[in-house]
Design a protein around this ligand. Structure first.
Ligand code: HPA
Length: 236
């Protein structure tokens, strides 16, 4: 048994959705899955397996940031997971984005060094799985959800300590980076390491430069719509 994701062999599905927040994982499992079974509550990093459209799916909490999600992803790999989809929130860098819009991350820039553990001398640029993001985008269009596909950035630092951090993000915005979050670099790099299928789908919760945050009910609505779209797409 892995040290943190306390599941036994066979308890984690091939397809795993990955919210950061444990309360959200519990809510998603109870709202969307049929017969959800809790397989781990260690450190409150809840993980559930149930079915959606008759297909087995797990929903596993990742916690916040690259170090936390990296532990969870390595252990999900040990437990046999094959398709990994992060469902989370992000701060918008692009002015074209509205609160609760959906972003499908084609690739991610990394602001931080933890991920260098994987390939210390090489800057990998691992993309999302093409078929996954193609299907996710088509579903979003069909459901008339405002969806944006492009590059995001994964940062180790939520608040930023100095004005340099703000300058970095401004530079990234000018280079066409849509939004910032804190986990996808780990997901895409670890998926590349093991040949797993990965994608990240995000709801805009914040506007970084406008310094605004959507209210809780709007974030919840956006996350719900996105989660249902993702579950439907990956179980078709
Ligand atoms: N920055 C980093 N991660 C985030 C943000 C943000 O503004 N919003 C949601 N996740």
């Amino acid at each position: 048994m892995p040290i943190h994701v306390e599941a036994k062999e066979g308890q984690v599905a091939d397809i795993v959705l990955l919210p950061g927040n444990p309360e959200r994982a519990k809510y998603m499992a109870e709202k969307f899955l049929d017969d959800p079974q809790l397989y781990t509550d260690y450190r409150k990093m809840y993980g559930y397996t149930g079915t959606f459209n008759g297909v087995e799916v797990s929903i596993q909490t990742t916690g916040m940031g690259v170090p936390s999600i990296s532990i969870v992803l390595e252990e999900l790999k040990m437990l046999g997971a094959k398709t990994l989809i992060r469902v989370g929130t992000c701060g918008a860098l692009s002015n074209d984005l509205e609160e609760a819009d959906v972003i499908i991350a084609q690739s991610t820039a990394t602001i931080g060094t933890t991920i260098n553990q994987i390939s210390p001398d090489i800057t990998l640029a691992p993309p999302a799985d093409f078929e996954l993001i193609k299907n996710l985008y088509e579903s979003a269009v069909e459901l008339e959800m405002p969806a944006h596909v492009g590059q995001i950035a994964t940062s180790d630092y939520f608040y930023g300590k100095s004005s340099d951090y703000g300058e970095d993000l401004k530079r990234l915005a000018e280079l066409g980076v849509l939004a910032v979050e804190m986990e996808t670099a780990a997901l895409y790099n670890i998926a590349a390491k093991y040949g797993l299928r990965a994608a990240t789908v995000l709801t805009v919760s914040d506007h970084v430069f406008k310094k605004t945050r959507a209210d809780k009910s709007k974030i919840k609505e956006g996350v719900d719509r996105m989660t249902e779209m993702v579950l439907d797409t990956v179980t078709k």
